[in-house]
Design a protein around this ligand. Structure first.
Ligand code: APR
Length: 233
């Protein structure tokens, strides 16, 4: 692992713009379960069973309760050493760092990253399923129009927020190096951003204890909390 870490540290020295693309594995060591792989079930169910507009239409209370449960886990969780090292590095002067994340937990922002694009929305906001009006009070269940409030996360079968998508494409396209951390890269279109960068000849560095990409330039086989602090120190 140290050979790869040294190689990536050298690569970082010759670039300025870095895109960091993260998935659920980034938050695993903060105690937030991933979607796939070991421990990848959410309360005994696959994420696809909860995270769809159909599940919400059929059992809105159950889906709402599921998201309250997830918010509870995230509220208890603390950013780990990898989050903090990334937050610290991204707010320094050495590089221009933007984070494109599939995570909805807000841990990058809590650990000091200021340029974060949330491809799959956020657990910390909701909007009306009928009229789309945002509602900041997470305790509320209904919109003034009578429609049900839902978490502003992207469910299976739904499109990604267009502005976030456009900005994420820009971040990847303009970057000189992409760090891909903790994603199985199987959920599209998000995962396609990594292939797009690789296809454009941008070096891609994967950090994952069980590497998943086939387009990476360098792979560091290790966890986010182990690798990132050493890589960015
Ligand atoms: N550090 C780094 N990577 C890790 C760690 C860790 N400590 N633990 C697990 N991983 C890796 C796994 O090896 C796996 O490759 O994180 C990845 C997690 O994969 P998924 O659970 O599929 O998460 P993700 O890629 O973010 O899923 C994409 O699927 O259901 C949707 O919308 C949801 O955004 C999510 C999307």
């Amino acid at each position: 692992m140290s050979t790869e870490i040294n190689a990536v540290r050298e690569m970082l020295q010759s670039v300025e713009k870095v895109a960091v693309f993260t998935g659920a594995g980034m938050s695993a060591e903060s105690g937030i379960p991933t979607f796939r792989g070991d421990g990848g079930l959410w309360r005994g169910r696959k994420p696809e069973e909860w995270a769809t507009p159909e599940a919400f239409m059929q059992s809105p209370e159950e889906v709402r309760e599921f998201y309250q449960w997830r918010r509870g886990i995230v509220e208890e969780a603390q950013p780990h050493a990898g989050h903090l090292a990334l937050g610290n590095w991204s707010s320094g002067d050495s590089h221009h760092v933007e984070v494109v994340t599939q995570n909805v937990d807000g841990l990058h922002q809590r650990s000091g990253c200021s340029r974060v694009w949330e491809l799959h929305g956020s657990l910390w906001s909701q909007h009306c399923h009928d009229c789309g009006t945002p509602e900041s009070d997470l305790e509320k269940t209904h919109c003034p129009c009578g429609g049900r409030l839902r978490p502003s996360v992207v469910w299976f079968g739904e499109g990604l927020p267009s502005e976030v998508w456009a900005e994420s494409e820009r971040v990847m396209r303009e970057s000189e190096l992409v760090l891909v951390i903790g994603t199985s890269a199987v959920v599209y279109p998000a995962a396609g951003l990594v292939g797009m960068a690789a296809g454009a000849g941008i070096p891609v560095v994967e950090i994952n204890p069980q590497p998943a990409l086939d387009s990476q330039t360098v792979c560091i086989t290790g966890t986010a909390a182990q690798v990132i602090p050493i890589l960015l120190e």
